[in-house]
Design a protein around this ligand. Sequence first.
Ligand code: 13P
Length: 248
Amino acid sequence: MARRKLVAGNWKMHGLGADLGEATRISMSAETLDGVDVALCVPFTLIERAVEAAPGFAVGGQDVHHEEKGAFTGSISAAMLKDAGASLVIVGHSERREAFAETSETVAAKAAAALAGDLDVIVCVGESLDVREAGNALETVSAQLIASLPETFDTDCLSVAYEPIWAIGTGKVAGPEEIEEMHGHLRRQVAAARGEEIAGALRILYGGSVKGENADTILHLSDVDGALVGGASLTADQFVPIMKAGQA
Ligand code: 13P
């Protein structure tokens, strides 16, 4: 069966209450589209208000703590995200792996905590420019992915995003062959580690400078099941064309 595409926005550390009109516009446009899932992962402070501004629309967080509760100043649990109205969360974004020294083992624990808390999860992986130039991208990213997956998961609730670090926010997009090669490789490695059925149903999104102008090409590459979009998800004007490109 064909995998339904997922186009998710990651607002990162952008957005105040005044920007929620964009979330409303994006959600209204999503309702008119066929055969594509759309979501927006906003800062923690906006989750509850984004849910109010976009009723029925999938609003998510950008990180979650792996413990259920406890003395973890500044952290947010899966239950807290759910309580605020979130239905999904991103884990393992390269910006967190780098800035907060998150390991793949931590990312797997975060993904497990999110699923246990009834949140869908997007697990991010991706290589640095050094790794790509050294010719080690495929094995590095697949090892990262296998180590970042929780012990058990349902492919209806867990997706993967391949985001080459050198393509994030740089305007540099990975080439079609690079994307297809990586996505095909990741699917084969998941098949070897977790079985053909899981690998065949797993959605693998691409992220890194996805824009309206390149979305159609990227979203129609083989083994690409959606996009994780940073900068171009901040406004409906830029995000809606990407959402449309994801339609069945
Ligand atoms: P850009 O789309 O701004 O390159 O960001 C990609 C990303 O990191 C999404 O998580």
